[in-house]
Ligand binder design. Structure first.
Ligand SMILES: [Zn+2]
Length: 213
């Protein structure tokens, strides 16, 4: 097994991901008097299982060792490629945010997008919703009451309120039963983005357009 410590561009997990294929030597050089090679690898994320390419420089002896391990299917040896000058294709994409999002909302929404476990994702989505509602002054003890409150104050439309209740129910179900589908978690994530845009981004942009005219 050959591993490469890096950040997965898809889920941003920093870990020792699996090297599925190790490329040929593209260049040999000496770095701080140590012989190194420039190469690339096809890497499989140990968390989200997405594949990506990593370009990097590694000690020549380590490269040769890893090459041997990959060639031998039955090898029990583990090699950790300690890379320098590493970049990935694709490059890690930044989680979505907007300057109009309140700090706490942005923080939780970033966590939500980076989360791979659908149960935890739905739990965070519920928290994002509640924090966002608190920010616009929602009153009430429970999330249910807060959604109703902002709806009655005409801060959200009937369909947004309906959707918010769906997120609330998904969140509750995930937390109580510890079960969730990846697909529904992804849908809820998309809704949260839409919800935050409507609650913060669009009003801020209208305000900015108004002050310009
Ligand atoms: Zn990943």
């Amino acid at each position: 097994m050959v591993q490469l410590k890096c950040v997965c561009p898809e889920c941003k997990t920093e870990s020792h991901h699996f090297v599925v294929y190790l490329g040929h030597v593209e260049n040999e050089k000496v770095l701080w008097e140590i012989p190194v090679v420039e190469t690339f690898a096809l890497v499989l994320c140990c968390k989200c299982k997405s594949k990506f390419i990593a370009n990097f420089t590694v000690r020549k002896s380590l490269y040769n060792e890893a090459k041997e391990v990959i060639k031998d299917l039955y090898s029990q040896k583990a090699v950790n490629l300690l890379a320098s000058e590493l970049s990935t294709i694709p490059e890690p994409k930044e989680p979505y945010s907007h300057p109009s999002f309140p700090h706490k909302v942005a923080k939780f929404f970033t966590k939500l997008q980076q989360e791979e476990d659908p149960v935890i994702k739905l739990g965070i989505a519920r928290a994002v919703l509640e924090v966002a509602l608190n920010e616009v002054g929602a009153e009430g003890k429970t999330l249910y009451e807060k959604i109703q409150d902002v709806y009655e104050k005409r801060l959200i439309t009937a369909s947004l309120a309906e959707w918010s209740h769906i997120v609330r129910k998904f969140g509750n179900k995930a937390l109580h039963e510890l079960e969730a589908e990846t697909e529904e978690a992804k849908e809820v994530e998309n809704f949260c983005k839409f919800f935050l845009d409507l609650l913060f981004r669009i009003p801020a942009e209208i305000e900015a357009a108004r002050s310009e005219s």
